[in-house]
Design a protein around this ligand. Sequence first.
Ligand code: NAP
Length: 250
Amino acid sequence: MDKAKNKKIAFVTGGSRGIGKAIVEKLGKDGFTVGFNYVSSEEKANEFVVKLKSENIDAFCVRFDVRNYKETENAISEIQSEIGNIDVLVNNAGITKDKLFIRMKEMDFDDVIDINLKGVFNCTKQVASKMMKQRSGRIINLSSLAGVVGNVGQVNYSASKAGVIGMTRTLAAELGGYGITVNAIAPGFIKTDMTDVLSEKIKEKIIDLIPLKSIGYPEDIANAVSFLANDSGRYITGQVISIDGGLSAI
Ligand code: NAP
């Protein structure tokens, strides 16, 4: 792991691919020391760190499963003692296990809640007290349009992402007095591995419903995270920012 040179530290969960990867890259370009974790994509994660370093970005990665409290605690406390306190936490790691409710198994529900919701609790728990002592910090949680309005086949996922919104608003109220902002981003339909599994027919149908008539890209989300993580986001807290090409407006 690299020592930070008086730079602020941003940590992104699930940063080896998809939206998380774009966020890591953007915050690195903004001048943060960037760290991220992965659970299965070790090779991609290491290659990405090499690429970031070749661009003169201070970067590190670490393997831990956000659903496991103890693993998360050990990994984040090691980062805090070896590199420094985390100034910006982006809770991005997430999964889907889509099925109609009637076919959904208990494990499909538990896995999605454990990673998407409990994972946000586990990671935030490790940084909040240090941020309180510093009297500054930014926490940015990836929710979803499905957490705002619900979506057929996603009872587990929409419940987890609605839970993330509840946590975001409550944490904003509890931590605001310590100079910590807490916001959520609710992406619509963004091109990543998560959405690549959908059939072309379904993708076309969704795009037709989007007022801007286009899928979103990970960089669209990364730009908003950057806005919130930097001074530009100083006075924004407790908000859910939709980035969905207008899908939530119709
Ligand atoms: P993705 O391409 O499927 O990537 C998921 C990321 O989460 C990977 O980096 C993965 O790490 C990590 N991850 C999964 N389980 C983990 C665990 N137990 N511990 C640690 N890391 C774990 O997903 P994405 O589309 O970029 O989505 C990123 C976030 O945006 C998610 O929270 C998702 O729900 C939300 N979102 C996405 C969309 C969309 O349209 N794509 C829309 C709304 C919201 P490994 O690679 O190591 O497995």
